[in-house]
Design a protein around this ligand. Sequence first.
Ligand code: IMP
Ligand code: MG
Length: 178
Amino acid sequence: MNSITLHDKTFEVFIPETEISAIVHSMVNAINNSGIKNPLFIAVMNGAFLFAADVMRKITITNTEISFIKLSSYSGTETTGMVNQLIGISNDISGRNIIILEDIIDTGITLEKIISLLKKENVADIKVATLLFKPEAYTKDIPIDYIGKSIANDFVVGYGLDYDEIGRNLPHIYKLKD
Ligand code: IMP
Ligand code: MG
């Protein structure tokens, strides 16, 4: 079945799970070969939970750690422009080499907020890895170090991404059917 309905909307398969897996594989290869020492991954919940899990099990760098941050900027399919920090970093991360793991970067508002929070903690370095990126929606100048796939301004769900909290369990990524 290629179409699914979530709440009031219909979605069609956009990135099948085989392609997601190939994308994650090549991103992890790049990180494994980057020479980064003792990385601390910071995964942005909830959307990045599957991506983070798939990245972590392929990382071969010794002394790799992971932590989680939870923010929210979306209501339905429209960004609200406001980011609320819900769960922050409680352990000492000063001097750490951070790699942020995002499911998707849209306007970049969430990313900017996370980076400003991390900079206050005097981290050594911040890299950004996102599975999906919407270049036409991006309003920030922050460089993104690892991009899985750049996509058009479509609303997508699945593989961790939600439409009003449902659809995260879907193995493929779907986009809104027009
Ligand atoms: P930004 O702050 O506008 O960059 O939005 C980032 C957050 O919005 C992501 O971490 C997602 O949780 C959510 N988001 C952005 N685009 C989509 C989408 O197409 N589907 C589902 N969630 C999205
Ligand atoms: Mg998110």
